[in-house]
Design a protein around this ligand. Structure first.
Ligand SMILES: NC(=O)c1ccc[n+]([C@@H]2O[C@H](COP(=O)([O-])OP(=O)(O)OC[C@H]3O[C@@H](n4cnc5c(N)ncnc54)[C@H](OP(=O)(O)O)[C@@H]3O)[C@@H](O)[C@H]2O)c1
Length: 236
């Protein structure tokens, strides 16, 4: 039974779909209750061997995360995995970065993951569960315009590694999957033919499922996932 933050589209939706298709029960979240409910109902209808329920969560609000964990407990009785995926990107050089954009990125990508882990922790310790954060290669390699996003993802990778050490002897496995460019709506630019070189959201889902499928004694704690081919010269 898994809780996926940011499961309404992109990578979180692909992870949720893969889990439900394998027969898992999933609480998926987004900020809009009706969108989350509609997406979850679609997954459950497509894959009757699994189940999904949509819950409104803003990862900047710890109370909303505690409520989602309570839904998991009430509906499914346990929580085996947290996929801390919700994230935003606001790219601007430091001369142009607004305070609001800085706060939104750090509060969502970094502090939101912290709130997600804190809300789910007791249930995951009880089940001997797994935490997977969706980091990014932007958490290991900085780029111009990435001040807020790089800071959030470098922070997230450090946070994930630290809690991996905190929790491993409690039987909770913690991993981060760090994708390069993925063809989602994340960059505020619609996908197109020039996205063909990128990873697909399903590729990231496969890496998450790889972590979850590993036997409990084995922990692939950090997965860097690149598009095999580089961005084409002159491409977007
Ligand atoms: N796309 C890439 O190239 C790429 C590469 C590496 C890593 N990543 C990481 O992968 C994760 C998912 O990205 P994506 O590409 O799938 O993006 P996306 O398609 O824009 O989806 C983002 C998801 O996060 C949710 N979300 C955003 N802010 C939230 C908040 N405050 N509280 C709760 N949910 C929130 C959105 O749900 P609602 O809008 O419904 O609330 C949505 O489900 C992010 O952490 C991103 O940094 C992306």
């Amino acid at each position: 039974m898994a809780l996926v933050t940011g499961g309404t589209r992109g990578i979180g939706l692909a992870v949720s779909r893969s889990l439900v298709a394998e027969g898992a029960r999933v609480v998926l979240t987004g900020r809009d209750a009706s969108v989350a409910a509609e997406v979850a109902a679609g997954l459950a209808a497509d894959h009757p061997s699994g189940d999904a329920v949509g819950v409104a969560v803003d990862v900047r609000d710890p109370a909303s995360l505690r409520a989602a964990v309570a839904v998991a407990a009430e509906r499914y009785g346990r929580l085996d995995a947290l996929i801390a995926n919700a994230g935003v990107g606001r790219m601007a050089p430091i001369q142009e970065l607004s305070d609001d954009d800085w706060r939104e990125v750090i509060d969502t990508n970094l502090t939101g993951a912290y709130h997600s882990v804190r809300a789910a922790l007791d249930a995951l310790v009880a089940s001997g569960g797994t935490i997977v954060t969706i980091g990014s290669l932007a958490g290991a390699h900085a780029f111009a315009g990435g001040a807020a996003y790089n800071a959030s993802k470098f922070g997230l990778v450090g946070f994930t590694e630290a809690i991996m050490h905190d929790l491993r002897d409690l039987g909770v496995r913690v991993a981060t999957v760090m994708p390069g460019s993925v063809a989602t709506g994340f960059s505020r630019r619609r996908g197109g033919a020039d996205d063909a070189w990128k990873l697909q959201a399903e590729d990231v889902a496969e890496a998450v499922l790889f972590v979850l499928r590993n036997p409990g004694r084995a922990l692939p704690s950090r997965i860097e996932l690149r598009p095999t081919r580089r961005r084409p010269a002159g491409g977007a």
